[in-house]
Design a protein around this ligand. Structure first.
Ligand SMILES: [Zn+2]
Length: 174
């Protein structure tokens, strides 16, 4: 007779396997730092920094002069060019297989002609570093967050992942 209670060991193994596959996928992407001229080593570890109301940052802040080129970390598609209170001018993109969501915030402006659904090559210009949203006016930076694409397609609500270890290429606009 089978037990109606799920086997916790099996659940843990499935979850671990998912995690391993995900790490493999991120590694294989050979992600580029999404700001021109910035090396992977220059990105500070701000993923677990505390923010307002006990929230965790769960993103990387890439400091750069205002107007520095922001580029696509990997080949893929633009999900949404938009604006929100905390992020200011933002762009959401995804990889070809739509496994991950890349969120770029505090942009000064978006690249000319960039629209929802546009295809992107790695290193393609998507915008410029700024201080829109809740960024400090004297500290322009790109707030860069990577999330797992949720099964329901609500890309703005994906579970974040610390991408810093997977950024292997220095940012270079094409
Ligand atoms: Zn940030």
């Amino acid at each position: 007779m089978s037990s109606p209670i799920a086997d916790p060991d099996a659940a843990t193994a499935a979850s671990a396997e998912r995690g391993a596959t995900e790490i493999e996928a991120l590694r294989e992407m050979d992600l580029m730092v999404p700001v021109a001229g910035i090396t992977p080593q220059q990105i500070p570890d701000t993923y677990w920094s505390k923010r307002d109301a006990g929230r965790l940052h769960r993103a990387s802040d890439i400091m750069a002069a205002k107007g520095t080129t922001v580029i696509a970390p990997v080949e893929g598609t633009v999900l949404k060019v938009g604006r929100n209170t905390s992020g200011g001018i933002v762009v959401y993109t995804t990889d070809i297989e739509r496994r991950f969501v890349f969120y770029h915030a505090h942009l000064d402006r978006v690249a000319d002609g960039l629209t929802d659904g546009a295809t992107l090559r790695q290193g393609e210009v998507i915008g410029y570093v700024g201080t829109t949203g809740n960024a400090q006016p004297n500290a322009p930076h790109l707030h860069f967050q990577v999330m797992r694409m949720p099964a329901d397609g609500r890309y703005w609500e994906g579970m974040p992942v610390d991408v810093r270890p997977f950024l292997t290429k220095t940012g270079k606009a094409r």
